[in-house]
Design a protein around this ligand. Structure first.
Ligand code: FAQ
Length: 326
């Protein structure tokens, strides 16, 4: 019942738009003008943005859970404080992104409802468990690393509020990536046991991180239109390749092994060629059947229910203040 929707089944049918307005809109996009909330835009542009921005916001919110588990277990006070600050940043990104989505005429409550009912997707990566502290390093290094690779081009997204939100988000994600790499470096240079933990974290997070970039281009439902409208600037495979090219040398520097026997550097193209991604696993996770999907949504729903009295108290207090001021 609460499985994440597999395809764009919630998408409304295409609306026939005024061809003149559409041509003017496309010309503005082609001229690299930003589209702002009160500007005319095709219904499908609006829908695509609401879908992508809200999925992004949900990812930030659910993405706090795998790390939240480790705040009390991080090895030193400094490590706990760093992890807590990172998680707090993610909450901020979620709120910022919900605000950007609201500029498109959808309410935050509606978006929350889509998440809690399981109708909305969030990034597949957050349905994997975090089993040891090195996972905090791997998440910062790989998950934030993949997030930045995907989000730097979004700073040039044609929709103004989303593009501007991405500037702050990317700055913070870069910091997260570095703190994650610093954890990996400390562990890779530590005891044999710590090195083994770092390798184990890389082994478990490598392939799910590659899946963050979305399906193979040939199966990407939205890429063509999103590229035409400059919501996306690169295809899923294009960004995945950039991430691999940037990350493999970083793994070598750590002295760790990427868990892909087919990984090889192609001198001719200058790219690292990778093995086959397990798309069945990706589709299973998207369909709600990953290792932690149920746990993540249950936790989120419980938190929402636990916070109900706070929202009610705040609303009652605001009503009292209004009455007193009247
Ligand atoms: N997981 O046609 P496409 C972070 C869905 S933030 C789940 O290629 P599109 C920060 C896709 O939505 C991470 N679903 O779709 C952090 C679509 O479903 P729909 C999140 C996925 O939109 C770090 C269907 O498959 N980042 O990590 C995934 O053109 C550490 C067909 O796919 C963003 O959201 C997936 N991996 O391209 C927090 C960035 N991939 O709606 C805590 C913004 C695809 O038709 C700790 N989003 N799907 O039912 C994007 O750039 C794009 O939406 C893509 C997908 C590239 C994710």
């Amino acid at each position: 019942m609460y499985a994440q929707a597999l395809n764009a089944k919630d998408a409304a049918p295409a609306i026939a738009e005024d061809p003149v307005k559409l041509a003017v809109f496309q010309a503005r996009i082609d001229a690299e003008e930003k589209i702002e909330p009160n500007d005319w835009m095709p219904a499908q542009y609006r829908r695509t943005l609401i879908r992508q921005i809200s999925q992004h916001a949900h990812s930030e919110v659910i993405g706090m859970q795998p790390e939240g588990n480790w705040v009390t277990r991080a090895p030193t006070l400094a490590r706990k404080a760093q992890l807590l600050a990172k998680i707090q940043d993610e909450a901020g990104h979620g709120l910022y992104l919900y605000s950007a989505a609201e500029t498109l005429g959808v309410s935050r409550e509606e978006l929350y409802d889509q998440l809690l009912s399981g109708r909305a997707k969030y990034s597949s990566i957050f349905n994997y468990p975090t089993l040891n502290y090195a996972d905090m390093g791997a998440i910062g290094w790989l998950v934030d690393g993949a997030a930045i690779m995907n989000q730097i081009p979004l700073c040039r997204c044609s929709y103004g509020p989303y593009a501007r939100a991405m500037i702050l988000v990317c700055k913070e994600e870069s910091f997260h990536q570095r703190q994650g790499y610093a954890i990996m470096l400390a562990m890779a240079r530590g005891t044999a046991e710590q090195r083994a933990m770092a390798q184990d974290a890389l082994d478990r997070f490598w392939w799910p991180s590659l899946m963050m970039f979305g399906p193979h281009d040939s199966n990407s439902v939205h890429s063509e239109l999103s590229m035409k409208w400059k919501i996306k600037r690169f295809t899923n495979d294009g960004l995945r390749q950039k991430f691999i090219d940037a990350t493999v040398p970083q793994a070598h520097y750590l002295g760790l092994t990427i868990p892909d026997p087919d990984l090889r550097f192609d001198e001719a193209t200058g790219h690292w060629e990778h093995g086959v991604i397990d798309w069945d696993e990706f589709n299973r996770v998207l369909a709600g059947d990953g290792p932690c999907n149920r746990q993540r949504l249950k936790h989120r729903r419980d938190a929402e229910a636990d916070g109900q009295w706070v929202r009610e108290a705040a609303a009652a207090y605001a009503a009292k203040q209004r009455k007193a001021a009247a």
